[in-house]
Design a protein around this ligand. Structure first.
Ligand code: MSP
Length: 586
C-alpha cells in the first residue's frame, strides 16, 4: 500500500460539466457518463435550484440475515414521519436501502456458498419486498453496491485525502465483525460462551465477539473534530432525541476521540469499495454505509443543486445501537467534507422478545413477513408505533397485538364508525348540513361544548407531537380522542333523544351529537393515514370524505362540510366492518 496518497487535486464537480475539455485528474464514473451526455452544458443552468424537500432516512440494513421486526419498526417510524409531511402538503422524500459490503456480508455469503453480489441481490430483494408489504412509501432504495453510491464514496475519500485528513498507520485492536467496529482493549472482556464452552473476547458494550487484528491501514483524523463536534452539540442541544442519548454522546466526545481506522487490507476484506488508487485497501464499511444518505440526495452535486435532493437530511431515524456511528463519526465526516449536518437524529429503543434481546444469531427474532400476513400491514404498523419504544425497549407480544385489536381498533374505532354511519335514526349528511355552518360561538356553552373544545385543540396537539418526531405520543393522543368520542356518544344517548322528538327530523340536539362524533372520526381518520394508510382510507371512504379533502389543512372542526355520503357500500354488520373480528387461533 502507498504510504501517502498521490498529491493531486480533487476536481470541483462543475469543472467536469462546464469545461469538459480541461484535463481531469480524477472523475467518478457517473460524472464521466453525465459529462458525455451533456457536453458543454452546465448542469446548474438546466433548471433553477429546486426548493429543498423534507428528507428522512432509515438506516440501511445488513443483508447478512433475514429481516426481523426491529427492522420493520425503523421502517414504519420513518414512513409515518414522511407521510406526516406529505399530509401537511410538503414535498417529502424517504430513503431506505441495504448495507451490502463488509466482512459480515462477505462471511455470510461465503458460508451460504453464494457469490457476494448475488447474495446481496437476494438480500436486497427481501428488504424491498418487506418495505412494499408494509406499505412503506420510500422514494429511494439505496444499495451500497450501486455504482452511483460507489462513486460518491470514492469522491468523498478523494476529498478527505485532499484535505490531509487521511493518513496511514499500523492499527492494532479488537474488531467485531457483527458490529463492524473496532474496539480498544479497555472495552473488551473475556467471556465463556455457554453453548460451545469456547473462551472468547467480547465487546462490553454490545456483547459481540471480537477478534484481534493487527494491520496497516488508513486512518481518519477524527481526533481533530472533538472541538467542532462539541461546539455543534452545544449549539444544537436537541439534535439527538431522546435527550439522554444526546447526553451520552456529548460525554463520549468530551472524554476524547481517537483517530478512526477507515480501511482494511483487501486480502482480508475483499467485499467492499477499494480505496481509490490503492487496490491493496478496502474502505471501512461504516464510512461506505453512512455515505448512502448523501448518495441518493445526489452527492456529489453540481453547483446550485446542493439542496435539490433533500440534503441536509431533516431526520435520520436509527436504533440506539448505532448512535456512535451516526452522532460522532457521521457529523465528523460531513464537517470534513464541508457538507451541512443532518437536522435531527431520532434514536429509538429496541424490541425485545420474552424480555430479552432479539438476536439473529440465536434465532430469537420475530419474522416480520409472518406478522404482516397474520395481522395485516395496517394493524402491524399501528401496533409498532403504539407500543414500540423510543426511550425504553418494548416487548413484542402477539397477545398484546390481539388485545389492541379487540379492545381498541375493533371495539372503539370500528364500532364508532359503524354506529354512526349505519345509524338508521339520524342522517350524517343532514347533521353536517344543518350543524356544520354554525359559528364557533354556538358551542360556547351547553351540551357538547366541552367535547367541541377537545376537538378544536386536538389537531394542534398531534401536529406538535409529530413535528417533534414523536409518532408514539401522537398515536396515543389519537387513540384518546377516539375513546372520548365513544364516551361522548354513549353518554349523550342520541337514540333516547330521538324518542323524545317523535317522528320527522331528529332535532338539533341529536344532530349536534352526531355531527361532533362524526367530526371526531373524520379528523382521526385524516390523522391516522400516516399510521394505517389502507384502513384510514376505508374509514374516510365510509364517512364519504372527498379524496382532495384528506390533508392536514382539513383537519379542523367544520373545515369540510361536503362529506357524509358514504363513497363505498357500508355492507351489513360485520361483513363491511372496518376491523372485522380476528380469526380465532387454531
Ligand atoms: N447496516 C447498519 C446501519 C448502517 S446505516 C448507515 C445496521 N444494520 S442492521 O441491519 O443491523 O440494523 C438496522 C436497524 O435495525 C438499526 O437501526 C438497528 O438499531 C435496528 N434494529 C436491530 N435490531 C432491533 C430491534 N430488536 N429492535 C428495534 N430495532 C432494531 O446497523
Amino acid at each position: 500500500m502507498r504510504a501517502r496518497f498521490v498529491n493531486t487535486t480533487a476536481p470541483a464537480l462543475h469543472s467536469v460539466w462546464t469545461r469538459p475539455s480541461r484535463p481531469r485528474l480524477w472523475t467518478c464514473s457517473s460524472c464521466s457518463r453525465l459529462a458525455r451526455s451533456t457536453p458543454n452544458r452546465p448542469l446548474a443552468l438546466q433548471s433553477a435550484p429546486d426548493q429543498k424537500p423534507y428528507y428522512i432516512t432509515t438506516p440501511i440494513f445488513y443483508v447478512n440475515a433475514a429481516p426481523h421486526v426491529g427492522h420493520l419498526y425503523t421502517l414504519v417510524l420513518t414512513d409515518i414521519l414522511k407521510r406526516w409531511r406529505v399530509l401537511k402538503g410538503e414535498k417529502a422524500l424517504m430513503c431506505t436501502g441495504t448495507d451490502e459490503h463488509g466482512l459480515k456480508v462477505q462471511r455470510a455469503s461465503a458460508k451460504a456458498g453464494i457469490e457476494p453480489k448475488l447474495f446481496c441481490d437476494k438480500g436486497a430483494a427481501i428488504f424491498k419486498e418487506l418495505a412494499a408489504k408494509a406499505l412503506i412509501s420510500n422514494d429511494h432504495f439505496v444499495r451500497t453496491t450501486d455504482s452511483d453510491h460507489k462513486d460518491a464514496v470514492a469522491y468523498a475519500w478523494f476529498l478527505l485525502q485532499e484535505k490531509g485528513l487521511i493518513y496511514t498507520k499500523k492499527h492494532e485492536g479488537w474488531y467485531s465483525v457483527s458490529d463492524e467496529a473496532f474496539y480498544p482493549q479497555s472495552v473488551v472482556q473475556p467471556y465463556l460462551d455457554p453453548p460451545t464452552g469456547r473462551k472468547i473476547m467480547t465487546s462490553v458494550e454490545t456483547g459481540s465477539e471480537v477478534e484481534w487484528s493487527s494491520e496497516e491501514n488508513y486512518h481518519f483524523r477524527l481526533s481533530e473534530f472533538r472541538e467542532p463536534l462539541l461546539q455543534f452539540y452545544g449549539e444544537n442541544p436537541e439534535w439527538i432525541t431522546p435527550a439522554h442519548r444526546m447526553k451520552d454522546v456529548v460525554q463520549a466526545v468530551e472524554s476524547g476521540l481517537e483517530d478512526l481506522s477507515i480501511s482494511r487490507p483487501s486480502e482480508r476484506l475483499t467485499w467492499g469499495i477499494r480505496v481509490p488508487q490503492d487496490n491493496s485497501q478496502t474502505i471501512y464499511v461504516w464510512l461506505d454505509a453512512l455515505m448512502n444518505y448523501v448518495t441518493k440526495a445526489g452527492y456529489p452535486w453540481a453547483p446550485g443543486r446542493d439542496n435539490a435532493g433533500g440534503w441536509p437530511a431533516d431526520c435520520h431515524v436509527i436504533g440506539k445501537d448505532i448512535v456512535r456511528f451516526h452522532c460522532i463519526y457521521w457529523p465528523a465526516f460531513l464537517m470534513a467534507l464541508g457538507l451541512p449536518l443532518p437536522k435531527k437524529i431520532l434514536t429509538h429503543a429496541h424490541w425485545t422478545l420474552g424480555g430479552s434481546k432479539m438476536s439473529k444469531s440465536t434465532g430469537r427474532v420475530v419474522d416480520p413477513f409472518l406478522a404482516l400476513d397474520r395481522f395485516g400491514p395496517d394493524v402491524m404498523r399501528y401496533y409498532l408505533a403504539h407500543d414500540g419504544g423510543i426511550q425504553d425497549d418494548g416487548n413484542y407480544d402477539n397477545v398484546q397485538i390481539i388485545k389492541l385489536y379487540n379492545n381498541f381498533l375493533w371495539a372503539q374505532v370500528g364500532n364508532l364508525v359503524s354506529r354512526i354511519t349505519r345509524g338508521k335514526k339520524w342522517s350524517v349528511r343532514g347533521a353536517i348540513e344543518r350543524i356544520g355552518p354554525l359559528p364557533a360561538s354556538e358551542w360556547a356553552e351547553g351540551p357538547g361544548s366541552r367535547f367541541y373544545n377537545t376537538l378544536s385543540t386536538f389537531p394542534l396537539n398531534i401536529a406538535e407531537s409529530l413535528d417533534a418526531h414523536d409518532p408514539r405520543r401522537a398515536v396515543r393522543l389519537i387513540a384518546d380522542l377516539i375513546r372520548s368520542s365513544n364516551q361522548y356518544f354513549q353518554m349523550s344517548e342520541p337514540w333516547k333523544k330521538i324518542l323524545e322528538y317523535g317522528p320527522g327530523e331528529p332535532g338539533e340536539e341529536v344532530d349536534r351529537i352526531v355531527y361532533l362524533a362524526t367530526e371526531a372520526l373524520r379528523m382521526a381518520g385524516i390523522l391516522l393515514q400516516p399510521y394505517m394508510p389502507n384502513k384510514a382510507k376505508t374509514m374516510l371512504d365510509q364517512l364519504g370524505v372527498d379524496d382532495t379533502r384528506r390533508t392536514f389543512e382539513y383537519c379542523a372542526v367544520g373545515r369540510d362540510l361536503h362529506y357524509g355520503t358514504p363513497k363505498i357500500d357500508l355492507g351489513v354488520k360485520y361483513t363491511g366492518a372496518l376491523f372485522p373480528p380476528l380469526p380465532s387461533e387454531e
